[in-house]
Write a protein that binds this ligand. Sequence first.
Ligand SMILES: Cc1ncc(COP(=O)(O)O)c(C=O)c1O
Length: 398
Amino acid sequence: MQTKLNITPSKKLLNLPVYIFAELDEWKEAARAKGVDLIDLGIGNPDGPTPAPVVEAAVKSIQDPVNHGYPSFKGKETFRQAIAEWMLRRYNVTIDPKEEIQTLIGAKEGLAHLAMAYTDPGDINIVPDPYYPVHSRGTWISNGDVYHVKLETKNNYLPDLSSIPEEVAQRAKVFFTNYPNNPSAATVTKEYYQELVDYCIKYNILLCTDLAYGEIVYDGYRPPSIFEIPRAKDVAIEFHSFSKTFNMAGWRVGFAVGNKEYIRALYSMKTNVDYGTSTIVQDAAIAALNLPQFHIDKIVQKYQRRRDFMVEGFRKLGWEVSFPKATMYLWLDVPEGYDSKSWCKMILDKTGVVFTPGIAFGKYSDDHFRVSMVQSDERLNEAMDRLEAANIKFVMDR
Ligand SMILES: Cc1ncc(COP(=O)(O)O)c(C=O)c1O
């Protein structure tokens, strides 16, 4: 007879709020089981192939047995050099490839480990809401507390620093930001970044910026790196990802750049839990950073075409929505009478179209839902036709 044991996961794991994307997966599974033809505009998974020269570089690399052993913790020198050159070319900022870069198994991993490296139980980290989940979860996993600053249309979805209580600012350890923003598609100005750098210096807070959507930008908009701001190196660390820019979400590669002290702490945390990015993936990533620009333009033009089509489509259905300057997301109001989950569930049940409820991105975001434009033009067309046929409209007299 088997003995019944009582081995439970840690309280910090059990106390984490439900990951809404896991719940969304359950909804989708149930719909598929009923034979529904789903159009998944829920998760932000880029739908195109990785550019051919990147794949070719990986194939070449995998054939060399030298690359079959453990990679280096920091990332290979040629990869760090390629990153420094990219940062100079792209943002005109100088990064020391020896001490100011940490390569990552995707930005998500780095963001979680950065939070763990800097958070003791009871520390406070500041995270604007809506947020990409790991920005809060890394802190919670470290038994820290998160202070959420509500992002509002009236402030262009930039945190109102004056709204943060003095005692929170005094105690805060890390301030996470993400522009261009997932899920709201909001963008940031250099003037605002200057304010944020000054604020973090004043309060001795590590500023952690997430530039995962740095290249998914339209209409001539160029998002700044935090290091374009004077003195940012004193206080900031910035995360970059290959997932969206180069259609490489499945390869798991990214990097952090910044002050060597913060990079060193991230490195130390990582040396305890992983062995770094596969050398084969690093070789592919070097090829990606050196791709001719037209490869990136092609990816961006595809999203731009979808954005134009979807904005027009939602406008016809009654939403007041402007053309976002970046990301592959639309962030739309939930009509009166619903919260974000009941709204998305109703749409899924009636049309088979999947959107992400705003509550997935924070407690203040339950009045919004996110549309990910990660399906072909034909499928997006079909999705809009289904919404129209099901009489899904925006009606509001709040
Ligand atoms: C804001 C933001 N940061 C980071 C990531 C994750 O990047 P990576 O795939 O490099 O882990 C995502 C993915 O959706 C994101 O939206």
